[in-house]
Design a protein around this ligand. Sequence first.
Ligand SMILES: [Mg+2]
Length: 348
Amino acid sequence: MYLHLDMDYFFAQLEEKRRPMAAGKIIVVCVFSGRTADSGVVSTVNYPGRALGIHSGMPIAFARKRAPPADSIFIPVDHEYYSQASVQIDRIIRNMCAKVVQASIDEWNVEDAIAEGKAPALKEKIRTALGLACSVGVAPSLLGAKMAASKSKPDGLLILNKAGERKLIGRSDVEKVPGIGPKTAEALRSLGADRVDDISKLDPLVLVETFGRKSGAWLHDLGRGWYDSGLGEEKGQEEVSHMGTLKEKTRDPYLLLSKLAELEAEARERLMHMKKSYKTLSLIFVTDDLRSHTKSVSFRNPRAWNEDITKDKEALVREFLAGNPLDIRRIGIRFGNFLDLGGQTTLF
Ligand SMILES: [Mg+2]
């Protein structure tokens, strides 16, 4: 069985959690661009905010118009805090389940013979350990599990057998299926297929002509109720990074490198789980004026997760100090540009 776990309004829920005084208020997590006080977009909003029509991607200025100032809090995104929570959730899931793929900062895909038995315990464990709600779907296919999770939101749990899965997917509007984008959905509608079941009435040749061989075949199978097996790739995660604040602002290379060593250890644990090698190493420096600077090196041959990077770190720190006269307040390390480690990925 497959299980999909999706944290509910993750960033906003985490912000709610550390502000118990704000219970019931509208919480809008924002990406401020810094150009003017309100320029930027909404990243995530909690349910009271959604009820007023505030949604992610909306300009902050629009959200302000909808949210009564006395009842709402606008907060800048705090990726460090969110990714720490994500790491904790990841550990819980990996401790309890057989095969796990993290799909994004707040979504996981699991393959486990007894996923339906584990699902309630998994939700409970995340609630007790972190005080957070999530939605979980379990089904014979990953697609079914994903759609069950989103159907059950918020704080839901939906377990489907083969027949239940077929019914949920078959009756769904085509644009609600993960993997069907707005363009494809529009084309399907113009062919007369509003719901997934309708696709089975379309001529397979027309599907292939319209969408190409690969997508056409996938859509044909979808209409018939033949869903892909397998967990898929760890796609959502494009990089692993860890940031930290220095005890005091400094330009001392020794202090910078020892903080980096701490952050690197945490980042490496993630790389190890993901079985990834990487081609780009970056160091991030936040200077006294709160500006953030990145120094990167890209390797011709990918580096394995456990390869020594002492020399590369030293060179990047030196390069930064030579080009910038300010003290450093925060520092971070980022591994990016991932490749699968050959031979270690599972074939289904
Ligand atoms: Mg989510």
